[in-house]
Design a protein around this ligand. Structure first.
Ligand code: R7I
Ligand code: MG
Ligand code: MG
Length: 349
């Protein structure tokens, strides 16, 4: 496909919603047999049902706020984005938010608040959250800004509104970078794709705050780089079991245990495999595989969906799945608007 084509934008934003909606079924499950996954996904082909019956969760609710804010201001505005997060939460608090982040969202509603980054800094005894809530909504930054420096900068700031620990916001940077590269067609060369991510994250994690957090939390010196090396090692192997993926990369609610995992899901599913029906295209394989890992399935499938959707484009997404998932058609319309913003910014330099 053509780099940064409309089809890629639509694929990215729609597949993220699908991953969230269909992944909700298995969130928190310890073991998910592929058979159950395929059965669940097969039920989406029942044409007598549909009409948005699978609801989206916090992942999509917050991503929609990011999209609306970026479009309204033709760029990043932290006050506005923070206000949208808190409004969305108070309008629909039952979307499955993390138990820590709801305190931030409540504080962000206060009109007296002068520093919108402050509530996030107070989380978890002042170190900030390392949950994947920043990363799960980071994809739209890659669809709004054509230049890689802006993608990194604004994905980080957007995440810091709720996640001030570097292990949280750097997960958002990594997710946005993966979508950014995928939009350019970088997954045509998977080795180069992972190497580029490692090179970029080397620079991101050289930061003083990141080194400090890694030391305090007893992680590797550059935690995301270390995980990306594990992704590269697993990619090179001919057979990898689900158990190995979970033990090497994780499937949990921490950004460190889910963003590299989502990237692996995409890479692992680039080729057809025996465990999937022959009719499955790349987006279906990627989402199915993400669910079969269990754990934080909605979020891993949402992030993997965005990266895969940017690679395969909207043609790879079954229309019946779109019909079943709340917010998927909205995402398709928003993708068109983001595509316009991206190309306007890239012409403006
Ligand atoms: O990161 P967050 O928005 O949660 C996102 C997840 C996704 O899976 C969504 O689909 C939804 O289900 O929730 O919310 P946070 O509350 O910031 O973080 C999530 C959880 O990670 C917290 O409730 C904690 O259990 C854990 N956590 C931490 N635990 C100890 N110390 C996050 N940061 C810390 C920490 O610093
Ligand atoms: Mg969720
Ligand atoms: Mg989740």
């Amino acid at each position: 496909g053509v780099p940064a084509s409309l089809s890629r934008f639509r694929g990215a934003l729609v597949a993220a919603v699908l991953g969230d909606c269909v992944g909700g079924e298995f969130e928190g499950a310890e073991e998910v047999p592929m058979e159950s996954v395929l059965q669940h996904l097969n039920s989406l082909n029942d044409e007598t049902k549909g009409n948005g019956i699978l609801e989206y969760s916090d992942d999509t609710a917050m991503a929609r706020c990011v999209v609306q804010s970026l479009l309204t201001h033709a760029g990043f505005n932290e006050q506005d984005m923070a206000r949208r997060f808190s409004k969305e939460y108070s309008a629909s608090p039952g979307r499955g938010y993390g138990s820590g982040v709801i305190h931030v969202l409540k504080k962000l509603a206060s009109p007296q608040l002068s520093d919108v980054y402050q509530p996030a800094r107070n989380q978890f005894n002042g170190r900030g959250s390392f949950g994947n809530g920043g990363a799960m909504r980071a994809s739209p930054f890659a669809l709004a800004f054509p230049d890689i420096a802006s993608v990194k900068r604004f994905a980080r700031l957007g995440a810091m509104l709720t996640h001030s620990c570097s292990l949280g916001y750097n997960g958002a940077v990594l997710q946005a970078l993966a979508v950014h590269l995928s939009l350019q067609g970088a997954l045509d060369l998977p080795q180069k794709f992972i190497n580029t991510l490692i090179t970029e994250m080397e620079e991101v994690e050289a930061d003083e705050a990141a080194r400090n957090d890694a030391r305090i939390l007893k992680e590797a010196e550059k935690p995301f780089c270390e995980r990306l090396h594990r992704v590269r090692d697993l990619m090179d192997r001919s057979k990898v079991s689900i158990e190995e993926v979970i033990s090497e990369l994780g499937n949990g609610i921490a950004a460190l245990h889910s963003v590299p995992t989502a990237i692996f899901c995409v890479l692992h599913c680039l080729q057809p495999q025996e465990c999937f029906p022959e009719s499955y295209g790349g987006v279906e394989r990627t989402i199915a595989y993400s669910l079969a890992l269990g754990g934080d399935t909605d979020t891993i499938a949402c992030m993997a969906g965005a990266i895969a959707g940017a690679h395969y484009g909207i043609k790879a997404i079954p229309q019946t799945w779109i019909k079943f998932c709340e917010g998927a058609e909205d995402a398709d319309l928003n993708a068109e608007r983001l595509h316009m913003m991206y190309h306007q910014l890239s012409q403006g330099g």
